[in-house]
Structure formats: C-alpha cells, structure tokens
Design a binder for this molecule. Structure first.
Ligand code: ZN
Length: 492
C-alpha cells in the first residue's frame, strides 16, 4: 500500500535546522545511508540507541510503502583513535594488543554487532558495505579530488585542502563551525604535521612500519582517511544526490562535514537532501563511551550482569524505553527508568494479547478513524514515537473498556483498530511480544484445531468424540466455552 501518498512526512533536517516536508529524489523510493559501527570492540548501548533510531525510521518508511535502499556501512579500516588524523588505527591497535590479525578483530566484532542487532530485532539494511571492500573506489575519489585541485600530497599522505574549498563553498555548512574552530588535530598547531593548515584532513595516510593494515596506492603504502569511505560508498550505492543521511549527533563534525566537502567537490552538488542526527544515551549524566568506561553493553541488559542494573531486561523493553523518547532528545539511562518502561511495555502487550478475544458490536463508541489519523500524525511529525506511544495507550484504555462492556466497536472499526495497533507496535516500533511464552502460539493453534475437529464431530452427531475432546482438554487445564459466535477457550 502506498500510504506515503496520504501522509505528509516532515523530517528535521540538520542542514537547514528546521522540519521540512519529505520529498524523495524519485517518487516512491528512498535512498538512506547511515554511518555504521567501527568494528574494533563490542557496540555499547549508546551505539545501539543510534542504530535503533534509524531502524525505526527505516521501518516507518517501509510501512508508508516506500521502496527503501538502506545502506549502513561497517568501518573496518581507517578510523584513527581520536577521530582525526592522529593516533593509531583502532582496529590495528586492538590486533597488535591481542596479537591477532586485524581481520580477526574485524570478524569478531562484526559478528558481535550482527548478533546484537538481531537480538534487538533490527531489520537488516539493504547493503552493508565495508571500507576495506572499497579501497579501489576510495583511491579513485582521491584522484578526482586532486584533479579538481582540492587535495595535495605531502610525504606519501594526501590531505583535503579545506581553506581552498571554503573559498568557493561553505565548509561548516552542517555543523556551523567557524574556520578557526574547525581544526582537526592538535599536533598541527605544534608545526609537527605535514598539513598545510590545521583544518585540512587526511584522504590517504602513509602507513608507518608498525601499521599492519596497508594497501598500495600511487602515493604510498597506506590506508584511506576515515571520512572518505562514507562519501565513496554512499555515492556508489545511492548516487551523487540522495535522500537521507543519518548518524549520531557526534558525527556532525568532523565526519559529516568532511563527507559533504569530499562529495560536493566531486559532483558539484549537495550530496544529501535530509541530514538526520540521533541524540545520545547518557549514563550517570555522561555520554556512553568506550573510551571513558562509562557504558553498558547490550548483552549485559539481557543477563542483568552489570552493577548499574537491578535485574535483567528483555530487548523489547529496551526498545520500548528508547522509543519513549524522540530520537533527537537526549535520553538518560537508569535501571529504575527501565523498570518503569517494563511496566508500560507489559501493559501494552497484555492489551495486544487480548485484542484477539474482542468481538465486534453493532455500534462504535470510539472514533477509530480519527485516533488512527493521530497515530500517523505523530510519526509524520519527525518520527515522534513518544506521542505515538501515548496514542497507543489511549487504545489500551479502549481495549480494557471493551473487556468490561463499557465500550464497543463495530466490525469495520474493530478491524482497522486491530490492524493499526499491530502495524505500529510490531512493524514500526519493532517491538516483539515477549509476554507470550515460547510455543504458546503453537498451543493456541493446536487447541483451535481440536475445536474445529470437535465441531465436525458434533455436526456429524458423533457426541462421543466431541465429549472426549472436551473432557481430555479439561484434564489438561484447557476449558472450552461454547457461545453464540463459536467456541472459545481459556488455559488455566
Ligand atoms: Zn560515516
């Protein structure tokens, strides 16, 4: 269904710093690129929040009927320790410390990342390209930037000439940084760098003798600068100008600013129409980060094995907790906040579970059409999941009133009500129903089958068989109830 035709989706664009009506380059299709993990250690819960926000965006775009090409890369080379042009490559360093091959580090933490996102019910992206798989294309882009006169070589390394770029374009267009603040390292200030200006950033770095990950290039045996891979891979898979580019707030500068400069130099166009930045998850009032030790691992949530946790929590509870905040707001992680989310999640799932037993009435006492429209309006307002969840809890109230015969829905409304709840809870928010015990849906199926066989026996006046099915189910604690609209059951 092409729901996008009836929905005016607005997205907060970090480039214009305002909410804009979303209009894709090609009608009905969306190209979306999100900066993926650097696979040198386990992702922490703060990283998971960022990726989960874009999983929700991906899910809602799919729900609206867009054909989405979602590219989320894996950084497996080129990301230096301090995010700038200094220090050791994060993966090389880990390999050296553990005395294993860099590709063993990459393999280990890529597998860990995939396990984590599967546990937290992420939809896989359409393409998941790696930096090391695109060295040839990265070298090509450096040639192109040099040919246009915006990069220079010094001692086997190649740097992007930010000051020259800024003469004809706007470096800082995304982050709002002024040129004097847009400095990429501190060594440059000491005059130890090869760079012409401290604002310049590396496109290619010559590898020193201890650097294990290296590739031949016209300039030196070395490796690409971190910012380059995203320009190369987004252009390759989504084109010179595409719809959405996402990432964590902390990537705005320097990473995304550099991506714009590189891509804009090559194509002469603004590469991205909507820049989206997800906000961070705090722990103890500080940003979660591996470097400071202030973090929780997604696996620890499931086992409860971290002193900041009072107990273990299901992945869906964490997802629900994340979705209770808008993706652009800062969210504070705390065990008691998770416990509150767990209560809310259980209440929501209980209501969803009882939806199957609700029957239609002649009249409706609740305006389903307008409620449904409000759910869409929340999501269309820059993916406002907390408002959506508030509307879902209005539905919970209605479900409970119907159970107490204090409200009713006619057949058409009930169908739309059920479909809308299922779509938003499972497809868009990506929650899974963890309140149903493993296999309980299978038991439901088996009992339904026995009810059908019993009805056939009764239709054939085979009372002995129909009584046998009923009695043996009672012996198992399953009670059948014959009513006007057929037979229902309850399990004790
Ligand atoms: Zn990136």
């Amino acid at each position: 269904m092409e729901l996008y035709k009836d929905n005016q989706l607005k997205i907060y664009n970090s480039l214009s710093k305002s909410k804009e009506l979303f209009k894709p380059v090609t009608e009905g299709r969306v190209g979306m690129y999100v900066c993926g993990p650097t696979v040198y250690s386990n992702v922490h819960l703060g990283n998971v929040r960022t990726f989960m926000s874009f999983d929700m965006v991906f899910r809602y775009l799919l729900h609206l009927g867009y054909k989405v090409r979602y590219v989320r890369n894996i950084t497996d080379a080129g990301h230096l320790e301090n995010d700038a042009d200094e220090g050791e490559d994060r993966i090389s360093k880990r390999a050296r410390l553990e005395e294993i091959e860099p590709m063993e580090v990459v393999q280990r933490y890529t597998v860990d990342f995939h396990e984590t996102v599967a546990e937290y019910n992420f939809l896989p992206p359409s393409i998941e390209p790696t930096a090391t798989g695109h060295i040839v294309e990265q070298i090509e882009m450096i040639h192109e930037i040099m040919a246009k006169g915006f990069a220079y070589e010094v001692n086997g390394s190649v740097y992007f000439d930010v000051l020259k770029y800024n003469e004809s374009s706007h470096y800082g267009i995304l982050s709002g940084r002024k040129m004097e603040d847009a400095i990429h390292n501190s060594r440059a200030l000491d005059g130890q760098s090869d760079k012409k200006n401290p604002q310049d950033f590396a496109l290619w770095k010559k590898a020193d003798e201890r650097h294990i990950m290296r590739w031949p290039s016209p300039w030196s045996d070395g490796f690409p600068g971190w910012h380059l891979e995203c320009s190369v891979m987004s252009t390759k898979y989504l084109g010179e100008q595409f719809d959405i580019h996402g990432g964590g707030m902390d990537l705005k500068f320097p990473h995304h600013e550099c991506e714009i400069a590189q891509s804009h130099t090559c194509s002469g166009k603004q590469p991205v129409n909507y820049w989206m930045h997800a906000n961070m998850l705090l722990l103890n009032g500080q940003k979660m980060a591996k470097s400071t030790g202030n973090f929780v691992l997604p696996k620890e949530i499931i086992t409860g094995d971290n002193s900041v946790l009072s107990k273990a929590f299901a992945p869906s509870v964490v997802r629900f907790f994340n979705m209770q905040a808008q993706y652009r707001s800062i969210l504070d992680f705390a065990s008691d906040a998770l416990e509150a989310s767990e209560k809310g999640y259980n209440k929501l799932m209980e209501a969803v579970n009882s939806l199957d037993n609700i029957e239609a009435n002649k009249t409706s006492t609740f305006d389903v059409a307008s409620w449904r429209q409000q759910c869409y309006a929340a999501m269309n307002d820059d993916f406002n999941t907390p408002i959506l969840i508030a509307h879902l809890f209005e539905a919970v109230k209605v479900i409970n009133q119907i159970k107490e015969n204090k409200a009713s829905l006619n057949a058409e409304d009930l169908e739309s009500f059920k479909a809308t709840i299922h779509a938003f809870v499972f497809d868009v928010l990506g929650l899974t129903n963890e309140t149903k015990q493993n296999g309980s849906d299978k038991i439901d199926g088996v009992v339904e089958l026995l009810i059908k066989l019993r009805k056939e026996a009764r239709d054939n006046k085979d009372w002995a068989l129909s009584d046998q099915i009923r009695d043996e189910l009672i012996a198992l604690g399953i009670q059948l109830k014959d009513g006007r609209e057929g037979t229902t059951f309850s399990i004790n």
